[in-house]
Design a protein around this ligand. Structure first.
Ligand code: BES
Ligand code: ZN
Length: 623
C-alpha cells in the first residue's frame, strides 16, 4: 500500500469513528442516483423507501388483503413520497405518525396510479392503510378444488415484473432495495410463508411474523398461504408443499444441498442463508420464481425421476444473478435471465456432467432459433437490450433474454477460456452484490475487467444491440441428441419400431425426439409412435406439452389425445405450456377448439397467464 492511500484510509476510518451512523447513511443516499425506470412512478432520487413493515390480514372469505404498510424512508429534502399502486384502495396515510394528505394520480393500464404522499423534510416514516381489491393482478385466490388436497383454500402472489404494486403500495422498480418485516394473519388451519425467514410449522392462532434482513427488490416480495407443511433436505434447504405432495417433492429435490454447494463453489457464498422451495398448486403461472430464500415452483416439475430439476438450479442461480445483482430496469432483463441460464447450466454440469448440461444448452439453442423466427417482422425484439417504454415489461420476457443471453455468455466463456471467465464472474457478483446494474454499466465492467486485461477483441455490442445471432456463436453439440435423431429416422423408415433404441432415454432426450418430428410426419406415423411409447398418457408434463403440440400441429386424434389436452389445459396454468398449446391451435386455424377449451380453463388461471392467452386468442372476457 502506498503512503497516500494509507493516509486516506486512516482519515476515512477516523471520520467513520466520529460520525454518527445516521450521517454516514445520509451521505450514501445523497450520492446514490437511480436511473430512469419507465415502469415505475417512483422518484427515488427525491425520497426512497429503505425498510417496509407490513401488518396485514389475509381474508379468504372476501378475498382481500388489508392492513398497513409502514416505510422507513431516506428523504433527500423532498416534500413528496411517490409509491406505485394498482387496483388498491387507500384508506389513509400517516407521516411520522400524523395523518397526512395523499392523492392518487391518473390510472394507467400498465402502471396503475402513483400514490403521492405529502411529507416533510424530517419525515422518517410513512404508514399507508390499504386493502387489495378483486382486480388485483399479483394474487391468485384458489378454492379447495383448485388445490391438490382439495380441503383448504390457497393464496399465492406473483410480483415480477410490476405486479407487487397490486398487493402492496411500493416503489416498484428493480433499483429499489428494501429489508422488510411482516405480521401476517391467516385462518388458523393454514400456514403463511414469505420471501423471508420462514416458519417450519403452523402456529396455533394463524399469526405469523417474518423478517427479511437482506435487502431485496420489490418484485421479490412474495407470500403464499395454504395447508402446507415443511420437510428439510439439509440444514439450509428444504421443501414446503401440500401434504400429499410433500414426500414426492422432497424426493425429487433431494439434490438441493448439492446444488447450493456446487453454486457456491462456482461463484461464491450463498448470501441468503436458507434456500427452500414451495411447490404450489398447478395454476402457478411460471415454472419457478426466484423469491429470495423461498423459490416458488410449479408441481409440473415433479416428474418422479428428478429429470426436470434444472429449474431448481435455475431459480437457485438467481440468488446471485437477479437477486444479488439485479437488472436496473426491465430493459436489462437479459442480465437477470441470461446469466441465470448460464449459471444454471454450469450447476447442472457440476452435478451431472457435460452431457446433460449440453442437452439443456441445445434445447435453449433451439428455443432461441424458434423465437428469432417468430420475431421475423420485428427484429428489434431480438436485441438483448430492449426498449420497453410504454409497453408491458412482460412483452420483453421471452426466450431472447434467456437463450441469446446464454449463448452470448457461453461464447464469451469459450473465447476467453473457462477459468478466466469464472474468475471474472465471481468478481462480478462480489463487486455488484446487493446492487443493480444496467447493460451499459455491464459493458464497461466487462471491457475493463475481462476483455482489456486479456487483450481480447469481442463483438459485445453486436450481441447486445443487434438482431439475431452473431456469427461467432459457440457451437453446441450432443451425442445423445444425435442418437435420438437417428432413432427417429429409423422409426420413420421402418415398419416396425425397435423400442430398445430408446432404452435409458431421459426427459430431455424424449423432448428432443418429439420436437424433431419432420413437418411432413403423417398421422399414421404419429399413431405408431404413440402406440409404441404411450406418449398421450405420459405423466411427465414436459413430454406431454411437446407431444400435444405435435398432435395439434398434425391433426392427430388417436388415443383420446384431445380429451387429454383439454384436461391438461384446465389443470395446469403454467404460462409457457399453456401458451405453447393455444398458439398451436391458433396457428393451425383451430381457434374455435381453442376458445371452447379456454372458456373452461380461464377461471383456473392466474392473471399473468389469462392476460397472455386473452391477447393470443383475442378473447374478451365476459364480465
Ligand atoms: N424470473 C423468472 C420468471 C419470470 C420471468 C416471472 C418474467 C415474471 C416475469 C424465473 O426465474 C424463470 O425464468 N422461470 C422459468 C424457468 C426456466 C427458464 C427454467 C419458467 O417459469 O419457466
Ligand atoms: Zn429465471
Amino acid at each position: 500500500m502506498n503512503i497516500t492511500k494509507k493516509i486516506t484510509t486512516i482519515t476515512s476510518c477516523a471520520i467513520l469513528l466520529f460520525c454518527s451512523c445516521e450521517t454516514e447513511k445520509k451521505e450514501q443516499t445523497i450520492t446514490s442516483t437511480y436511473v430512469k425506470e419507465s415502469h415505475s412512478y417512483a422518484q427515488p432520487n427525491a425520497s426512497v423507501i429503505k425498510h417496509l413493515s407490513l401488518d396485514i390480514d389475509v381474508d379468504f372469505d372476501t378475498e382481500t388483503i388489508s392492513g398497513k404498510a409502514t416505510y422507513n424512508i431516506d428523504n433527500n429534502s423532498a416534500n413528496e413520497l411517490i409509491l406505485d399502486t394498482k387496483f388498491l384502495e387507500i384508506d389513509s396515510v400517516k407521516a411520522n405518525g400524523k395523518t397526512t394528505q395523499f392523492s392518487l394520480g391518473d390510472f394507467d393500464k400498465q402502471l396503475g396510479s402513483p400514490l403521492k404522499i405529502v411529507i416533510k423534510e424530517n419525515t422518517k416514516t410513512v404508514t399507508v392503510y390499504y386493502n387489495t381489491t378483486d382486480k388485483t393482478e399479483a394474487l391468485q385466490w384458489l378454492n379447495p378444488q383448485q388445490t391438490l388436497d382439495k380441503t383448504h383454500p390457497f393464496l399465492f402472489t406473483q410480483g415480477q415484473a410490476i405486479l407487487t404494486r397490486t398487493w402492496i403500495p411500493i416503489q416498484d422498480s428493480p433499483q429499489i432495495r428494501i429489508t422488510y418485516d411482516a405480521k401476517v394473519k391467516v385462518p388458523k388451519e393454514l400456514m403463511a410463508v414469505m420471501s423471508a425467514e420462514n416458519p417450519k410449522e403452523k402456529t396455533a392462532d394463524g399469526n405469523y411474523t417474518f423478517t427479511m434482513k437482506q435487502p431485496i427488490s420489490p418484485y421479490l416480495m412474495a407470500l403464499a398461504v395454504g395447508d402446507i407443511a415443511y420437510k428439510a433436505v439439509s440444514e439450509r434447504t428444504g421443501v414446503y408443499a401440500e401434504k400429499s405432495m410433500l414426500d414426492k417433492a422432497h424426493a425429487e429435490f433431494s439434490d438441493m444441498e448439492n446444488m447450493v454447494a456446487a453454486a457456491e463453489n462456482l461463484y461464491g457464498d450463498y448470501d441468503w442463508e436458507q434456500f427452500d422451495v414451495i411447490v404450489l398448486p398447478p395454476s402457478f403461472p411460471f415454472g419457478g420464481m426466484e423469491n429470495p430464500r423461498l423459490t416458488f415452483a410449479t408441481p409440473t416439475i415433479i416428474a418422479g425421476d428428478k429429470s426436470l430439476t434444472s429449474l431448481i438450479a435455475h431459480e437457485l442461480a438467481h440468488s446471485w444473478s437477479g437477486n444479488l445483482v439485479t437488472n436496473a430496469t426491465w430493459n436489462d432483463f437479459w442480465l437477470n435471465e441470461g446469466f441465470t441460464v448460464y449459471f444454471e447450466i454450469r450447476i447442472m454440469e457440476a452435478l451431472y456432467g457435460k452431457e446433460r448440461a449440453n442437452m439443456i444448452a441445445l434445447i435453449s439453442r433451439q428455443d432461441l432459433e424458434e423465437e428469432i423466427e417468430s420475431f421475423e417482422d420485428n427484429p428489434e425484439a431480438t436485441h438483448l437490450k430492449l426498449d420497453l417504454k410504454g409497453k408491458n415489461p412482460d412483452d420483453g420476457m421471452n426466450s431472447i433474454a434467456y437463450d441469446k443471453g446464454y449463448l452470448f455468455l457461453r461464447t464469451l466463456e469459450e473465447t476467453v477460456g473457462r477459468s478466466t471467465f469464472d474468475v471474472f464472474l465471481k468478481d462480478y457478483f462480489k463487486t455488484h452484490a446487493f446492487s443493480t446494474i444496467t447493460t451499459e454499466q455491464f459493458i464497461t465492467y466487462l471491457n475493463k475487467n475481462l476483455l482489456e486485461p486479456n487483450n481480447i477483441k469481442f463483438n459485445t455490442e453486436d450481441w447486445i444491440y443487434q438482431p439475431r445471432i452473431p456469427s461467432n456463436q459457440a457451437i453446441i453439440t450432443s451425442d445423445k441428441f444425435e442418437n435420438t435423431e437417428n432413432a427417429l429416422q429409423e422409426f420413420l423408415s421402418n415398419d416396425t419400431i425397435n423400442v430398445s433404441l430408446t432404452e435409458g432415454w431421459t426427459t430431455l432426450e424424449w423432448v428432443h425426439f418429439i420436437r424433431n418430428f419432420p413437418e411432413t410426419i403423417t398421422t399414421k406415423d404419429l399413431a405408431r409412435l404413440d402406440n409404441a411409447f404411450n406418449l398421450t398418457n405420459t405423466t411427465n408434463s414436459h413430454i406431454a406439452m411437446v407431444w400435444f403440440e405435435q398432435t395439434i400441429n398434425h391433426d392427430y386424434h388417436g388415443n383420446h389425445v384431445d380429451q387429454k389436452i383439454e384436461e391438461f389445459l384446465i389443470r395446469v396454468g403454467r404460462r409457457w405450456y399453456v401458451s405453447t398449446l393455444f398458439r398451436a391451435f391458433k396457428n393451425n386455424d383451430k381457434i374455435k377448439e381453442a376458445l371452447e377449451i379456454y372458456k373452461k380453463a380461464r377461471p383456473n388461471y392466474h392473471s399473468v397467464t389469462a392476460n397472455t392467452i386473452d391477447d393470443l386468442l383475442n378473447y374478451k372476457s365476459i364480465e
